[in-house]
Design a protein around this ligand. Structure first.
Ligand SMILES: [Ca+2]
Ligand SMILES: [Ca+2]
Length: 170
């Protein structure tokens, strides 16, 4: 491939991942990641961490804290999450914040969130809580939560990375 075609190919690939400016586009899911609809997902179920630490963990592993686009992806993630047992209150970070109160945006691209799956009691923490978690005790419905976790919770990272193969098949 000459240089011009290479640049065009890279631009095409970049244009197909709009909404996911992921630094790494994978050619297959690494060990321990789960494949679904063009993405790979990594559940970290052992290291209690803040949102910032979770994003750092995900970035180091080639992804971001999960970007839940729609109900189908949300259902897939909840089905996977249910397979991990837990004894204490367990939460999983998802990549959504409201830096402006009530204006929920994806952390990976700053676009507005249009699909929500709040627990009926949530969001309930106002400006005290700018991050969002999946809440195991409420069958993984969403709750707003302080980005630096507090209390006797276990808060874990859930990462997503794009998987090149699905784009190659388009
Ligand atoms: Ca996604
Ligand atoms: Ca809350």
């Amino acid at each position: 491939m000459d240089r011009v075609n290479f640049v065009v190919a890279v631009a095409f690939l970049a244009s197909t991942v709009v909404g996911h400016p992921t630094p790494h586009v994978l050619s297959s899911c690494p060990n321990g990641w789960i494949a679904y609809e063009g993405s790979c997902y990594l559940f970290n179920n052992k290291d209690n961490m803040s949102f910032v630490a979770a994003e750092e963990f995900c970035t180091q592993n080639g992804g971001h804290v999960v970007h839940i686009d729609d109900e189908a992806e949300n259902n897939f993630i909840k089905d996977q999450a249910r397979q991990y047992t837990h004894t204490s209150t367990k939460l999983l970070w998802i990549g959504i914040k409201d830096m402006v109160e009530g204006e929920w945006r994806y952390t990976s691209d700053d676009s507005l969130v249009t699909f929500f799956d709040w627990d009926p009691s949530q969001p309930n923490d106002g400006s005290y809580a700018e991050c969002v978690v999946l809440w195991a005790d409420q069958d993984y419905k969403w709750g707003d939560h302080p980005c630096v976790h507090v209390g006797s919770y276990s808060v874990y990272a859930l990462c997503e990375a794009k998987y090149m193969k699905s784009y190659m098949l388009q």
